[in-house]
Design a protein around this ligand. Structure first.
Ligand SMILES: Cc1cc2nc3c(=O)[nH]c(=O)nc-3n(C[C@H](O)[C@H](O)[C@H](O)COP(=O)(O)OP(=O)(O)OC[C@H]3O[C@@H](n4cnc5c(N)ncnc54)[C@H](O)[C@@H]3O)c2cc1C
Length: 197
C-alpha cells in the first residue's frame, strides 16, 4: 500500500470562483482571510461545487480488493496498470497486500509463488489467461485524479470504520499526503478512530 501526491494542487481557483459568485474578487487562497472564506462558503454553507476548481493527482499501489472499491467513485479519473499487458513480462512484480489472518496470508503467498512458477514453466501462456489467476490481494498501480469535492466524499466514505481495512488505510494515507495548508478543507471528512490510536 502506497500513496503519493504527484501534482502541486492549488486552491487559487477555488478562491477566485468563490469571489466570482459573491462579487468580492480574490482574497488569496494562502491568506487567512481567503482560507476562512473558502471554508465558510464551501464547507459550512455547503456551496461545495466551488471545490471542483482544485485538483489532486495521486500515484497509488493498492490491492485488487481496494481497487474494486476505489473505482466505484465515479467522480475521479483513473489510469490503471493493465494486467493484460504487464503480467508475465515481470513476474517479480506480482505481489500481494496481506490480510489480517495468518492462514489466509500463507495461502495468498503460496498462490503467488504458484503463479510465478507457472509463468516460468509455461512461457506460452498468455496474459489474458494468467490474469484470471490473480487474487484480490494482488497489488495494482494506478494514477487517480480527484477534485476537492469528490475527494471529501471519498475520504468520508473510505476512512469510516465500515470501510475495508485496505481502502481505509489508503484513505488515511491520501489525507496525510495532502499539503498541510489544504488539510483544513478535509479534516472534518476524515474519521479518526480514537481506539486505534
Ligand atoms: C462501506 C461501503 C460498502 C459498500 N458496499 C457496496 C456493495 O456491497 N455493493 C456495491 O455495489 N457498492 C458498494 N459500495 C459502493 C457505494 O455504493 C458507492 O458506489 C461508492 O462508495 C462510491 O460513492 P459515491 O457514489 O458517493 O461516489 P461518486 O461516484 O464519486 O459520486 C459522488 C457523489 O455524486 C453523486 N452522484 C454520483 N452518481 C450519481 C447518480 N447516478 N445519481 C445521483 N447522484 C449521483 C452522489 O451524491 C455521490 O455521493 C459500498 C461503499 C461503502 C463505503
Amino acid at each position: 500500500m502506497k500513496v503519493e501526491l504527484i501534482n502541486q494542487p492549488t486552491l487559487e481557483f477555488v478562491d477566485s470562483a468563490v469571489g466570482q459568485c459573491w462579487g468580492k474578487g480574490k482574497y488569496g487562497a494562502d491568506t487567512a482571510k481567503g482560507k476562512e472564506r473558502i471554508d465558510k462558503v464551501c464547507n459550512k454553507f455547503k456551496h461545495a461545487s466551488m471545490l471542483r476548481f482544485a485538483t489532486y493527482i495521486f500515484k497509488v499501489e493498492l490491492s485488487t480488493s481496494a481497487l474494486l472499491e476505489w473505482t466505484r467513485h465515479q467522480h475521479a479519473d483513473y489510469a490503471v496498470k493493465s494486467t493484460r499487458y504487464c503480467t508475465k513480462q515481470n513476474p517479480n512484480a506480482i505481489t500481494v497486500e496481506l490480510s489480517k489472518n495468518t492462514l489466509v496470508n500463507v495461502m495468498l503467498l503460496q498462490h503467488i509463488e504458484d503463479i510465478k512458477q507457472l509463468i516460468i514453466d509455461n512461457p506460452q501462456i498468455g496474459n489474458d489467461d494468467l490474469k484470471l489467476l490473480l487474487p484480490q490481494g494482488f497489488i495494482y498501480e494506478m494514477q487517480v485524479q480527484f477534485n476537492a469535492q469528490s475527494l471529501q466524499n471519498f475520504l468520508s466514505l473510505r476512512t469510516a470504520q465500515s470501510a475495508h481495512y485496505h481502502i481505509r488505510a489508503l484513505a488515511h494515507a491520501v489525507y496525510e499526503s495532502l499539503p498541510n495548508e489544504h488539510k483544513y478543507l478535509f479534516k472534518e471528512f476524515v474519521y479518526i478512530n480514537t481506539k486505534e490510536q
